[in-house]
Design a protein around this ligand. Structure first.
Ligand SMILES: *Cc1c(COP(=O)(O)O)cnc(C)c1O
Length: 359
C-alpha cells in the first residue's frame, strides 16, 4: 500500500470565490478581497490584526523587520526547525544563535536562553514543529521581562492550543504559511498575526514598498487576490479538518501495541493540531523503523526533508552551537500521516504495520 503524505484540500466553493475575483478584474494584493481575508483571519484566530503575505517565509521576514531586527543583531532560535524558519534571519543581516530545546519537546530551553541573551538579542523565534504545542506561555513571560519580542513560526501549527488559547495568543508576532501542504492552503501564501498596532503598521508598510511614501523601506510581499479568495473560503473548513485529524490520530494511538513506540509526550494543557502524529521511538536504531515504514509505503517527514539539527547543514554550519536535547529529539521521532484524505483501511494498515515491527 502507498499512503499519501499530503492532503490537498479543494471544495466546490473555491470556484465561486475565484470567479468573483476574476469578474472584479482586480487581481493584485491591494484588492478589497485581501482586506476581507485579513479580517476573517484575525477573527478566526482571535487576533487584533492579520497581514496576508506572499509566503510563510516572507511573513517571518516581515516579522523580523517589524521587531526591528537589523544588521549585526542576534536572533535566538532552535535548530530543530526547517531552513525556511531561519533564512530570513540571514536576509536581515542578523546572526542566528541556536539554542537547545527542552527534553522531548520543540520548545526552547528557557534556562539556556537566559545565558544567550545579550544587548544584541533583538528577537527570539519559537517553532512548534508538526503542530505540537510548546510552553510559549513561560517563554513569553521570560522574554517580556527582558523586553525582547517573541516571534512564533506557526507554519505547521494552525489551530494548536495551549491553555485553550491558540499559540498565537502568547506571541508578539505569529507567522503562518498557507503553502499547499499546510492546514490552511492557498497554493503559496502566508500571513502574520499580532495584537500590537505598531508591529501591524510596520508590517503592512514593509510588505508594500514602505507604502511608497519614499520615507519608509519595504519590499513587495503582498498576497495576490486569487490566493486570498481561496483562503477566504477555506478558513471555514479548518475546524472540521482539525477534528478529523484529531480523531485519526486518536484511532492510531488507541491501536498502538508496540511497547517501545508511543506518541511524543504532549505538554500539560496543550492540544496538537495533528498536522502529523509524532511518534517517540525508544528503539536502538530509529532509522531501521523509519525505513521499514517507508518500505511499506508509509512516508515520514524525517526522510522526506532529511531532518537534522540545522547546524549540520553546510549553509548553516558557521552558526554551530551543539544542542544535545535537540539532536536526541530529532533522532528519536518520526511522523505518521493522519490527514483527512486517509481512508479507514489505510489507517488500519498503518496501525498493523507499526505493531508488526520487529528488530
Ligand atoms: C512551510 C514552513 C515555512 C515556510 O513557509 P512557506 O510558505 O513555504 O514560505 C516556515 N516554517 C515552517 C516551520 C514551515 O513548515
Amino acid at each position: 500500500m502507498e499512503i499519501k503524505d499530503k492532503y490537498l484540500f479543494s471544495n466546490v466553493h473555491d470556484f465561486e470565490y475565484i470567479k468573483k475575483v476574476l469578474l472584479n478584474k482586480k487581481l493584485s494584493g491591494t484588492a478589497d478581497i485581501v482586506n476581507e481575508y485579513e479580517l476573517k483571519l484575525a477573527n478566526f484566530f482571535n487576533s487584533k490584526f492579520a497581514v496576508a503575505t506572499s509566503s510563510g517565509t516572507s511573513a517571518i521576514q516581515t516579522a523580523l523587520f517589524a521587531a526591528g531586527v537589523n544588521q549585526g543583531d542576534d536572533v535566538i532560535v532552535s535548530s530543530t526547525c526547517p531552513v525556511m524558519s531561519v533564512f530570513p534571519i540571514i536576509q536581515s543581516g542578523a546572526n542566528i544563535i541556536f539554542c537547545d530545546t527542552v527534553k522531548d519537546n520543540f520548545g526552547l530551553s528557557v534556562n539556556e536562553i537566559e545565558t544567550l541573551i545579550t544587548s544584541k538579542t533583538k528577537a527570539v523565534i519559537e517553532v512548534p514543529m508538526w503542530g505540537y504545542p510548546t510552553n510559549v506561555k513561560e517563554l513569553q513571560r521570560v522574554l517580556k521581562s527582558k523586553n525582547i519580542p517573541l516571534i512564533l513560526d506557526l507554519a505547521q501549527a494552525h489551530g494548536t492550543k495551549l491553555n485553550n488559547h491558540y499559540l498565537s495568543y502568547y506571541g508578539d508576532i505569529s507567522c503562518f504559511s498557507t503553502h499547499d501542504r499546510k492546514i490552511l492552503a492557498t497554493g503559496e501564501g502566508g500571513f502574520l498575526l499580532t495584537n500590537n498596532e505598531n508591529y501591524y503598521n510596520k508590517s503592512k508598510s514593509f510588505i508594500a514598498f514602505g507604502n511608497m511614501n519614499t520615507i519608509d523601506y519595504g519590499l513587495n510581499f503582498k498576497l495576490g487576490a486569487l490566493q486570498a479568495a481561496l483562503g477566504l473560503n477555506r478558513i471555514d473548513y479548518i475546524s472540521k479538518q482539525l477534528k478529523i485529524r484529531k480523531s485519526n490520530a486518536q484511532y492510531i494511538k488507541d491501536g498502538l501495541e508496540h511497547p517501545q513506540i508511543s506518541e511524543l509526550a504532549i505538554i500539560e494543557k496543550g492540544e496538537p493540531n495533528y498536522y502529523t502524529l509524532l511518534l517517540k521511538l525508544n528503539l536502538e536504531d530509529t532509522h531501521k523503523f523509519i525505513d521499514y515504514l517507508s518500505d511499506k509505503g508509509i512516508p515520514s517527514d524525517i526522510i522526506r526533508y532529511n531532518c537534522k539539527v540545522l547546524y549540520k547543514y553546510p549553509i548553516l554550519s558557521k552558526f554551530k552551537r551543539v544542542c544535545p536535547n535537540s539532536e536526541k529529539l530529532l533522532q528519536s521521532i518520526t511522523t505518521i500521516p493522519v490527514h483527512p484524505g486517509l481512508k479507514r483501511h489505510e489507517i488500519d494498515y498503518i496501525i498493523s504495520t507499526i505493531n508488526n515491527f520487529r528488530y
